[in-house]
Design a binder for this molecule. Structure first.
Ligand code: CMC
Length: 430
């Protein structure tokens, strides 16, 4: 039987090493290069981690060629159809679906952690009113470590669990308050009789001066968006959380680093950029001009909400989002001209040689903004909503990293191409 190894030869010296192949449940096998430096005195070079698996994981799996996404083995379509965000939170953290009693108890726990420390309320007033809500998120999430230091022993499973529950529970409150602060509106406290998404919408839109009822269509649509964003393998923000957490930093510090990484327009910030792009395009007639710009390598314009490092097929989350746009707009009786532009843009791009050759399809961010707009969520809050959904993924991946038997501080190497060693010349002699 052939050996499950890869042999790598340095042709300049003729020295060879045999590297073991590791195989997972699904997906490409990996070459274990752990001993490469020891045996061959070389590192591997892979900017952007295009061909590098950074860890072993049991949480989420993407088949980018087929457009498959599994959370703990369950297809995203089935979870979107039959589950809800808090059940998915349980699934991602504990690795299995809960019984009815476990589910009820988990929901109760999360519900009773939704309040945030009163001292944190004062923290908001330090921010500029015009600050982007993601700037507020980065700050307030990091500040949680200054308020909840009673459960910060990262080596204690119970402390990790409580911190994870706090993050999942408090994120909607922190997020809604970031919005309220920007508007100069009163902070609305969480209500324990409301569901997770419902509570967020209530904190976003209600006023102490009058009764407010959350539209169940809006609550269900938002819950679905959170569920679809819950985890996505080793993306930039998750890898950031793992890397920050690998130094044994506390979970609030690690997750706030993840919030920062998510903010960028190539990652979670794309949802906001898509809507801004659709507004700039302005009408179906202008689409070809923007498609031309996307072709031009000298133009920095990209079709936001298109393309993905892993998916070379339609993103299954985008397919669910697209269907949901029709349902939500109809149920809420909303007509959005941007939806028409988005549909036409997709149709044109999917037939365009440039996009076809590069296998660029709509990703999760392409249609999410259309739904969020229909719910009355301001554009600047789109990435914040992604943050709420992804929190469970971050904490589950952080927990997996800390409990792995391969746990190590993350510390990539480099190919140094700077100046060779040289002597310092004193200022007066230069
Ligand atoms: N519009 C135009 N061209 C594109 C696009 C796009 N949206 N995406 C990729 N390309 C081109 C790119 O220019 C390159 O062309 P060439 O081979 O001629 O140089 C080729 O396709 C491969 O792209 P890449 O940048 O090497 O691919 P990547 O895997 O490094 O980047 C990406 C993935 C998501 C950053 C990129 O597709 C992109 O910038 N998309 C727009 C931003 C976006 O929608 N981000 C959300 C991603 S999904 C949700 C999330 O992660 O938060």
């Amino acid at each position: 039987m052939p050996k499950d190894t890869v042999t790598l030869t340095d042709n300049s010296t003729g020295k060879s090493v045999e590297l073991p192949i590791r195989r997972g449940t699904h997906g490409p096998a990996v070459v274990d290069i752990g001993n490469l430096y020891k045996d061959l005195g070389m590192f591997t070079y892979d900017p952007g981690f295009v061909a590098t698996a950074s860890c072993r994981s049991t949480i989420t799996y993407i088949d980018g060629e087929k457009g498959v996404l599994l959370y703990r083995g369950y297809p995203i379509e089935q979870l979107a159809e039959g589950s809800n965000h808090l059940e998915v939170c349980y699934l991602l953290w504990y690795g299995r679906l809960p019984s009815k009693a476990e589910y009820d108890s988990f929901v109760d726990t999360i519900t009773h952690h939704t309040m945030i420390h009163e001292g944190l309320k004062d923290f908001y007033s330090g921010f500029h009113r015009g600050a982007h809500p993601m700037a507020v998120m980065v700050g307030v999430v990091g500040a949680l470590s200054a308020f909840y230091h009673d459960f910060l022993d990262i080596n204690d499973p119970m402390h990790r669990e409580v911190s994870a529950q706090r993050l999942i529970a408090k994120m909607p409150t922190i997020a809604a308050w970031a919005h309220r602060y920007s508007r100069g509106q009163p902070f609305i406290y969480p209500q324990n009789h409301l569901g997770y998404a419902e509570n967020f919408l209530n904190m976003m839109f209600s006023f102490p001066s009058e009764p407010y009822t959350v539209n169940p269509v809006a609550a269900r649509a938002l819950d679905l968006i959170l569920l679809l964003h819950a985890d996505h393998e080793q993306n930039a923000s998750t890898s950031t959380v793992r890397l920050a957490g690998s130094s044994d930093a506390n979970p609030f510090a690690a997750v706030s680093a993840g919030v920062g990484a998510l903010w960028g327009p190539l990652h979670g910030g794309a949802s906001e950029s898509v809507v801004n792009m659709l507004k700039t395009i302005g009408s179906v007639a202008n689409i070809p001009k923007f498609i031309e710009r996307a072709h031009d390598p000298k133009d920095t314009f990209r079709l936001m909400g298109f393309g993905h490092r892993v998916y070379k097929h339609y993103d299954p989350r985008a397919a669910i989002m697209r269907r949901t746009c029709y349902d939500v707009l109809k149920a809420l009786n909303v007509s959005d001209p941007l939806f028409e532009i988005a549909l036409k843009l997709e149709e044109i791009a999917l037939k365009d040689d440039y996009f076809v050759q590069r296998k660029l399809y709509p990703n999760v961010d392409f249609y999410s903004g259309i739904i969020l707009r229909a719910l009355g969520i301001p554009t600047s809050m789109f990435t914040v909503i992604f943050t709420i959904g992804r929190t469970v993924g971050w904490v589950s991946q952080w927990n997996e990293m800390l409990t792995s038997d391969e746990r190590k501080i993350g510390r990539p190497r480099q190919l140094y191409v700077g100046a060779p060693q040289r002597d310092y010349v004193p200022l007066e002699k230069r």
